[in-house]
Each structure stands twice: as structure tokens, then as C-alpha cells.
Design a protein around this ligand. Structure first.
Ligand SMILES: Cc1cc2nc3c(=O)[nH]c(=O)nc-3n(C[C@H](O)[C@H](O)[C@H](O)COP(=O)(O)OP(=O)(O)OC[C@H]3O[C@@H](n4cnc5c(N)ncnc54)[C@H](O)[C@@H]3O)c2cc1C
Length: 391
């Protein structure tokens, strides 16, 4: 892969909207990605291996629980900082951002919000330091966009719960130390359980042959009469709203992350277009290529403003789930369109691993599907503005 020459576009001086702390956090993450992620990510993706050597660095830059209070090991940052960290990591690779998103928003967040004090003390510091990696089990083989239909269930056996069922498409599952598992009790109410590796009857087979998020490990969670101690149930929220609350936080991070992937594709294509000559002139001097590049920077700028405003609303406790859906949907579509256009600007070189564009493009096919598909987020906006659910 070519050396990382990334220069972040900021067409509307959005940096002026950021605090000194935001910029410091962003720049530190950017430097780390250049130093640690860019040199190894192409090999990791080509070989379909999650680069575990990045775990310590992710913990050190505060990517595990950026907004979790410091008393539990988190970085104690605000939501805009969290977004900027996700943007920079996904500039490197969506798979690495996925690991950080899952750890922060889908594992640490539910323990912090819905867990007991004992659960917080036991798990959060280890998750923040990367000693433990977690995963989040909501999707099932027969229930993806409709997680409320889940059949994974647990029964009260007096001194423990007995868990049965299966989850599919679970990021980090093959090597996770703990899993946040959403399952129904005997009354059909959804609860979150912390399932630990090593519990008898709990297995996590890996899903192979993905063409997308190849540097992220994906797998199943299988529960065959798993005895879960009662103290592993998170008591402070139940019902579908509990996992959806976690998804709000993760989707928000994705709205920023997608900008990172788009910026990398745009920056690469702009540099290439200025250097590559055909018919005796740089291809950047051709109107067709300028149209692509001009539209890219316009869309990136709109997405940056949307993400910044959403982050500010979240910091004020005012962002709605529907606003988060709109940003996730818009920004991921923006990124995937830019990846496709940028790939064309590079001609044949665009399909090789010399450049990051094709990897981003393939990654974004997962990002546009997970954490609520593109269609589902549109239906959420539709429901929000009309008052009619069309799911
Ligand atoms: C790489 C990867 C990692 C993932 N990581 C995780 C994870 O860590 N944890 C986790 O729990 N899940 C994870 N997922 C699962 C992901 O969230 C689901 O794939 C997603 O929610 C869609 O579910 P599905 O694949 O079953 O598709 P389906 O729900 O079967 O949808 C198929 C198609 O039908 C459309 N559709 C569905 N319902 C409607 C409707 N009512 N109206 C119109 N169209 C509709 C969808 O938009 C989609 O286009 C991951 C997925 C991938 C690919």
C-alpha cells in the first residue's frame, strides 16, 4: 500500500466550530491511525485477520469508552470528541472503527447505563483498557431488521438463568471475552445479560468468506443451555428500548465514522487526479473528473455540518433517535457514493490494494446494512414526520 499522505478536507472551516480539546483528541487519533493502522491495514484486510496488536493503542487513545466517566476507566470526553475519534479511526478502516464502536457503545454503554454498580466496577475498567473485548448480540438468523421477534430466551432456574438460542453477524464474537446478549424471559420481555467466555454451552464460531469488513472478526453466538449467574442480568432497563438505546449511541458514531472513510477516498482521488496525466494533461483538468471531485467535497461538507450539529445536540441531551437515523443514513450513503466515484477516478489502480478506496467501498457495504439498514432508517424518518409506522 502507498504511504499514507492523508490531508483532511475542511472546506467550510469547520475546525472553528471545534474546541481545543476536540482538535487535540482528533489530531492525536489521526496521528495514531497514520502510524499504527495505515501501514498494516491492507494486509489485515487481504488476509481477513483482525489486527489484535491494535487493541492496546485503541485503549490508549481513548477509543474504548470515550464518553464513559474516568472513574470507570473511560476517557470522560463529550460526544463531539467521541464522533471525531470514530471519524479518524474509520478514515483508517471501518472494521477497526467497528471494534471500537462495539466496545464503547454496545458493550460499555449498556453496562454503564443499565448495569449494577458491581457490574460497572467489574467490567468497565477492563473494557476501557482493552484487557477485555466485548461483543453485542441482538441480530438472529431469522430476526435482523425486526429484532423484537427474537427467539433467544432465558428461564429462571432459581439460583441461575438458563439461556438458549443463537445470534448471528456479531462483530468481535470470535475472540470476545464477554457478550451483551439480548434475550426474552418467560414473559417475553427483552433483557440484557452479560455472558462470559468459558461458560459451558456458549460457543462463538467465526463467519468466513466476507468481502466486506475483512479486518473485523464476525461470528455467531450459540447458547446451548448456558447457565448464566443471576448477577449477570443488567437490571436497570428492559424491553426493546434497551438495545435500541445502545444502537443510538453506535449509530451516532457511524454518522461520523463514514465521513472519515469518505474523506480518505476524496483525498486519495484528488491527489491522484492532479498527478495522473492522460492526453498530455492531468486528469484533474477535465470537467468530468472535476464534477466528481466537486460533488464529493460538497457532500462531505454537508455531512460534516450534520455530524457536528448532531454531536452538539447530543452534548445538550437533545438529539432524538430519528435525528440520529437521518445522519447515519445520509452520511453512510454519502461515503459509499464517494468511494464508488473515487474508485473510478483511479481507473485500474482503483481496484488494487495499493490504494484504500476499494477496501473502504467494500467495508461501507456492511456499514450501510448494520445498525439498521438504509431502508429501515428511511422508514424511521418517515414515521417521525408522518406519525405512521410503515415497517
Ligand atoms: C459485518 C456485519 C457486522 C454486524 N455486526 C453486528 C453486531 O455486532 N451485533 C448485531 O446484533 N448485529 C450485527 N450485524 C447485523 C446487522 O445489524 C443486520 O444485518 C441488519 O440489522 C439487517 O438484518 P438482516 O441482515 O437480517 O437483513 P433483513 O432484516 O433480512 O433485511 C433484508 C432487506 O430487507 C429490507 N427490509 C427489512 N425490513 C423491511 C421493511 N419493514 N420494509 C422495507 N424493507 C425492509 C432491509 O432494508 C434489507 O434491505 C452485523 C452485520 C454485518 C453485515
Amino acid at each position: 500500500m502507498k504511504p499514507d499522505q492523508f490531508q483532511a478536507p475542511d472546506y467550510y472551516n469547520i475546525d472553528e466550530l471545534l474546541s481545543e480539546e476536540h482538535k487535540m483528541v482528533r489530531d492525536a487519533t489521526r496521528e495514531w491511525v497514520k502510524r499504527e493502522v495505515s501501514p498494516i491495514i491492507e494486509d489485515a484486510a487481504q488476509n481477513a485477520k483482525f489486527p489484535k496488536q491494535l487493541i492496546n493503542g485503541l485503549a490508549e487513545i481513548g477509543a474504548f469508552g470515550p464518553y464513559i466517566p474516568e472513574e470507570y476507566g473511560g476517557a470522560g470526553l463529550d460526544q463531539v470528541s467521541y464522533g471525531l475519534i470514530m471519524q479518524e479511526i474509520e478514515r483508517g478502516d471501518s472494521g477497526i472503527r467497528s471494534t471500537a464502536s462495539v466496545q464503547s457503545s454496545l458493550v460499555m454503554y449498556p453496562i454503564f447505563k443499565y448495569g449494577t454498580e458491581e457490574q460497572k466496577k467489574k467490567f468497565l475498567p477492563k473494557l476501557a483498557s482493552g484487557e477485555f473485548i466485548g461483543c453485542f448480540g441482538l441480530t438472529e438468523p431469522d430476526h435482523g431488521s425486526n429484532p423484537g421477534g427474537m427467539t433467544t430466551n432465558f428461564k429462571d432456574k432459581g439460583d441461575h438463568y438458563l439461556l438458549n438460542g443463537a445470534k448471528m453477524w456479531i462483530s468481535n464474537s470470535p475472540f470476545a471475552d464477554i457478550a451483551i446478549v439480548w434475550a426474552k424471559n418467560e414473559e417475553g420481555r427483552i433483557h440484557g445479560l452479560i455472558v462470559e467466555r468459558g461458560m459451558e454451552g456458549f460457543t462463538t464460531p467465526e463467519t468466513h468468506n466476507k468481502w466486506s469488513l475483512r479486518a473485523s472478526a464476525t461470528g455467531e453466538l450459540i447458547f446451548d443451555n448456558v447457565k448464566v449467574p443471576k448477577e449477570n442480568l443488567m437490571p436497570n432497563k428492559s424491553g426493546l428500548g434497551a438495545p435500541l438505546g445502545c444502537l443510538d449511541s453506535a449509530r451516532y458514531g457511524i454518522a461520523w465514522g463514514a465521513i472519515g472513510a469518505a474523506m480518505d477516498c476524496y483525498d486519495t482521488a484528488l491527489r491522484y487526479a492532479k498527478e495522473r496525466e492522460q492526453f498530455g494533461v492531468p486528469i484533474a483538468s477535465k470537467q468530468l473528473q472535476q464534477k466528481k471531485l466537486a460533488e464529493m467535497i460538497t457532500e462531505i461538507t454537508k455531512a460534516q455540518l450534520m455530524a457536528w450539529r448532531l454531536g452538539t445536540l447530543r452534548d445538550q441531551g437533545k438529539a432524538t433517535s430519528a435525528q440520529i437515523s437521518m445522519a447515519k443514513r445520509n452520511n453512510v450513503e454519502m461515503a459509499i457514493n464517494i468511494a464508488r466515484e473515487a474508485r473510478q477516478i483511479l481507473g485500474g489502480m482503483g481496484i488494487t490494494g495499493e490504494y484504500s478506496i476499494m477496501r473502504h467501498m467494500m467495508n461501507l457495504e456492511s456499514v450501510i446494512t448494520y445498525e439498521g439498514t438504509h431502508d429501515i432508517h428511511l422508514l424511521i424518518t418517515g414515521m417521525d414526520i408522518t406519525g405512521h409506522a410503515a415497517f
